[in-house]
Design a binder for this molecule. Structure first.
Ligand code: SF4
Ligand code: MG
Length: 282
């Protein structure tokens, strides 16, 4: 497979320099590494600048409602748990509107990879503050600065049962590609939070900001140590990049005896079969 195999006829409409381009490139490179044909995996997109990628990636794609990518992905995965299922979402989308779904998919260890474009603003609706913004961040919705503490996706995901939690940077495509491949290869709920500059509406968290304030975890770091992972997740001084936490635990689908031999689609379950349990169902 080649990068061009995942190209549609539409070129992205993102602002020149947007970090979404880097994530788009890393996703395509990761699909090449997995040697997946476009029909062999599913991406569920959220709503936002990130979700617009639904038009720019050739794949089995589903453009869902705002904040609802994860429950759609859970449904797809439950119907055919042999299919790789990925969510491509934004921080406002996944951590704001969809935060509830993130928690419950993590604790269920649903076998998904959730890739979050974390630019700390709502870019598509022109720059309102999003949950991951630092306290005091000024935007058109918070002209005097946001009062709340920032949402911490890494700490939340680790504490609620996600079995792989990683962080990448849209300005480092090779490193992000490696993280995505490891997330696909992991069995269980994988969150890949991607630090993504929004060059139009976030003048604080720029490419330079991330280059000066991030570092890569090296081989001496043990991602299976949950306490150390939580310490990394809450470190506000230097921002870690890499696999922050990983553990092996049975996935939700692997724990269902009904799916032990065949997926639901292989079993040929029809809507009419439901009437056995619900006679009034039409
Ligand atoms: Fe990217 Fe921000 Fe422009 Fe959206 S508004 S395309 S996130 S730079
Ligand atoms: Mg955003």
């Amino acid at each position: 497979m080649n990068l061009i195999d995942y190209q549609t006829k539409h070129f992205p409409t993102w602002c020149p320099g947007c970090g979404d381009f880097g994530i788009w490139g890393a996703l395509k490179a990761s699909f090449v590494r997995m040697n997946w044909q476009p029909h062999e995996f599913v991406i569920v997109f959220g709503i936002g600048c990130s979700g617009n990628m639904a038009d720019f990636l050739k794949c089995c794609g589903f453009h869902s409602l705002h904040g609802r990518a994860i429950p759609n992905a859970v449904g797809i995965k439950t119907a055919n748990h042999k299919l790789p299922v990925i969510c491509v979402v934004g921080d406002g989308d996944c951590y704001g509107e969809g935060g509830n779904h993130l928690i419950h998919a993590a604790r269920g260890n649903h076998d998904l990879t959730v890739v979050v474009h974390d630019n700390r603003v709502y870019g598509l609706t022109t720059g309102q503050v999003a949950p991951t913004a630092s306290t005091g961040f000024k935007s058109k919705s918070t002209p005097a600065g946001i009062i709340e503490k920032p949402f911490n996706p890494l700490a939340l995901a680790i504490s609620q049962g996600a079995t792989l939690v990683a962080q990448g940077f849209a300005g480092d495509i090779p490193h992000l590609t490696d993280l995505l491949v490891k997330a696909y290869q992991h069995r269980g709920f994988a969150l890949v939070n991607v630090l993504q500059p929004c060059v139009t509406f976030n003048k604080v968290n720029t490419y330079l900001y991330y280059r000066q304030n991030t570092y890569k975890l090296d081989d001496s770091y043990d991602p299976t140590n949950k306490i150390e992972a939580l310490k990394k997740a809450v470190d506000n001084e230097k921002i870690p990049l890499g696999i922050i936490y990983q553990e092996n635990r049975p996935t939700y689908q692997a724990s269902l005896s009904q799916l032990s031999e065949k997926s639901l689609v292989e079993q040929g379950v029809q809507l009419k079969d439901i009437s056995v349990f619900y006679p009034d169902f039409r």
